[in-house]
Design a protein around this ligand. Structure first.
Ligand code: NAD
Ligand code: IPM
Ligand code: MN
Length: 336
């Protein structure tokens, strides 16, 4: 299923599908309007029917959706799909794709440039994302839910992802010094799972604030990170920013019976409609999707073409280039 959404969502999805078309795969696409496009076409940002269709799909390619105007009765398509399909592990890899765009300079003058090369595995179904806010006497209280079940499955996923992708270290990111019970449970289950299944993998833990600093000052020290929902949201934008910007950062959300692939960025209203959005994040999400669909060769071809275009200096204005979204896609397609 293709759900392009709002703002730059349809622009980067169109560019991605155009490039992917050059792979000559026989993919059957099912297009569904979501977000404000869904409100206009179907009277709802996501219908129950769309959710049922999504359940039957091998994969979902999602663009982005924008925050609705305050007067619209809204249920978030993205959070609905993540929750309803139990897409419990959100994988967000980040590494500088083009060295010149990395914000990470040498720590020691003249020394080697450290490489940030992390995979953030973010718990994707609970935490503050249960969105239960209650008015209290002098303000609002928000519930943050951490369960043993959701914690255990995301930790298992992180170790299995690490092993399958030749990664050697998994770090649990938490704030158990403050949230002793909830993040304490997240950490405790991590240690239990690690002792159970990760004899071949190095594992440790770190407070989320210290992790944010380490990603900037000692970027080469990190590998796979497993985080509660909101910490992963924030750290993945930090990692994207360090590696060249949100225009480059892909993601995949995985469950037992489904998967959704989307750029980490949002609908970027400040540049929407201008044809200048960077499609790389969406294209690399497409690469993750092709791997998931069992087309690893096509995935490597598409990835190679995107990286080759970037290495040749082809880029959109966020990276200082002069190509438009579709112009970039044309360059990728030619390389296929
Ligand atoms: P954003 O990611 O949309 O934009 C942040 C900045 O990054 C902007 O300056 C934007 O121009 C730039 N940017 C993002 N993607 C880019 C790309 N592909 N190419 C070039 N520049 C790019 O985040 P925001 O401004 O916090 O949110 C805007 C809207 O998007 C909000 O309504 C928010 O709720 C929504 N949002 C949706 C998703 C999603 O659908 N997955 C994710 C994040 C934010
Ligand atoms: C993301 C986005 C979403 C999130 C928003 C739009 C709810 O920021 O996918 O990173 O916080 O998960
Ligand atoms: Mn985010």
């Amino acid at each position: 299923m293709v759900a392009a959404g709002d703002g730059i969502g349809p622009e980067v999805v169109e560019a991605t599908l155009y490039a992917m078309d050059g792979l000559g795969l026989d993919l059957e696409l099912y297009i569904e309007p979501v977000g404000m496009a869904g409100v206009q076409e179907r009277g709802a940002p996501i219908t129950d029917e769309t959710v049922e269709i999504a359940r039957d799909m091998d994969a979902i390619l999602f663009g982005a959706v924008e925050k609705p105007p305050p007067d619209v009765d809204y249920r978030s398509p993205l959070l609905t799909l993540r929750k309803e399909l139990e897409l419990y592990a959100n994988v967000r890899p980040a590494r500088p794709l083009v060295p010149t765009h990395s914000r990470l300079g040498p720590v020691v003058p003249g020394g080697p440039v450290p490489q940030l090369d992390v995979v953030i595995v973010r718990e994707n179904t609970e935490g503050l994302y249960v969105r239960r806010e209650h008015v209290i006497e002098d303000g609002v209280m928000a519930e943050r839910v951490i369960t043993r079940k959701a914690s255990e499955r995301v930790h298992r996923f992180a170790f299995e992802w690490a092993r399958a992708h030749g990664r050697t270290k998994v770090t649990c990111v938490h704030k158990a010094n403050l949230l002793r019970r909830s993040d304490g449970l997240f950490l405790e289950t991590f240690e239990e799972v690690a002792r159970d299944i990760a004899a071949d993998i190095e594992w440790s833990d770190m407070h989320v604030d210290a992790m944010a600093a380490a990603m900037v000052t000692d970027p080469g020290s990190q590998d796979v990170l497993v985080t509660p929902n909101l910490y992963g949201d924030i750290l993945s934008d930090l990692a994207a920013g360090l590696c060249g910007g949100l225009g480059l950062a892909p993601s995949g959300s995985y469950g037992e019976d489904g998967a959704l692939f989307e750029p980490v960025h949002g609908s970027a209203p400040d540049i929407a409609g201008q044809g200048i959005a960077d499609p790389v994040a969406c294209m690399l999400s497409g690469v993750m999707m092709l791997d998931h669909l069992g087309h690893p060769e096509a995935a490597r071809r598409l990835e190679g073409a995107v990286l080759d275009a970037l290495a040749s200096g082809v880029s959109t204005p966020d990276l200082g280039g002069e190509h438009g979204t579709l112009g970039f896609a044309e360059e990728v397609r030619e390389r296929l």
